[in-house]
Design a binder for this molecule. Sequence first.
Ligand code: BGC
Ligand code: CA
Length: 353
Amino acid sequence: MEREVVMKSKWSIFVLACWVLLCLTGCGGNLETQRSVLRVGVVLYTQDDPFINALTDCLREDLEEYETDSLKIIMTVRDGKNDQRLQDEVVEEILDAGCDILVVDLVDRTEPSNIIKMAKKENIPVIFFNREPVLEDLMQWDRLYYVGGDAKQSGTMQGEIAAEVIRADPAVDRNADGKIQYVLLEGETGHQDAIIRTDSVVKTLQEQGITLEKLSYQFANWNRGQAENKMTQLIHLYGDEIELVLSNNDEMAIGAVAAYEASGYQKEDRPVIFGIDGLDSALSAIQNNSIQGTVYNDKEGQAGQISRLAMDLFLDREPEDYDFENERYIFLPYQKVTAANVEEFLHSKEEVQ
Ligand code: BGC
Ligand code: CA
């Protein structure tokens, strides 16, 4: 009888142990499968653009912050290689492989239709950024959004900084003819930032009472190397006549600096040069007076809005508390950067790190 009791209790201990073991491994496995996954497919217009790459890094960091024990976030970055057809194919591949939210910097901002069609068919929301689709395109479906900077403001601010520098230093007008002879390095045909920045910087300078004389406008596709080539040609053509270089972005401004360096110009013999973006290279160029100012393009803010929107869309939450324009567009403000406040920008970055 006693023996039977012992046997019974041994048996129940064994069963209990098995059950605990099963639960431990089984439950663990269950937890793993229950952890939901958010797959964010990021498709760039190119992977060769320093501003876009810096923004993409911010986005990765932001998304990581949304990860929890029950949510894993996988961000995949693909290259559109400056070819809209190829970018469309890349989007198709990403959708085929499985993706929950698309984040796209269009090669050609006037050609989002194929991407929109494919995403809509799979019911995958798209957040466009940096290259702004027109309203008509963004209204094709209610799960399309855009996040970018306020282009007009960037040009206006660049013009204000330049006007201040010109007024403060009469030597900028080298030939003292009362006019500022200038060249302008343009980003890219058809890009809203290139068109609007060019237009608003010139208007602002004129409104500020600066008499301008245009020497040449050159497209350099946002690119440092192309800008260096174009600027070298302009230096050969106009030499000391150039008193001001306005650049649609920092990379091209730095390219202009490189052209002056290679042409043997000392800093004091160069025109004043202005960029836009506030990339690290431009901030140090301001510190050593190679360029005289830039306008901070808030990549941190833009990435922050993209990631928050991605989460809301993924969780099927109604996007609330966004500063939308036309229901789907988010524009972040710019900030002026000159020698007077450049430290703040270097500083705030250090604090973030
Ligand atoms: C930035 C440029 C960048 C371009 C790419 C602009 O907003 O200022 O640096 O090359 O976007 O589309
Ligand atoms: Ca002059």
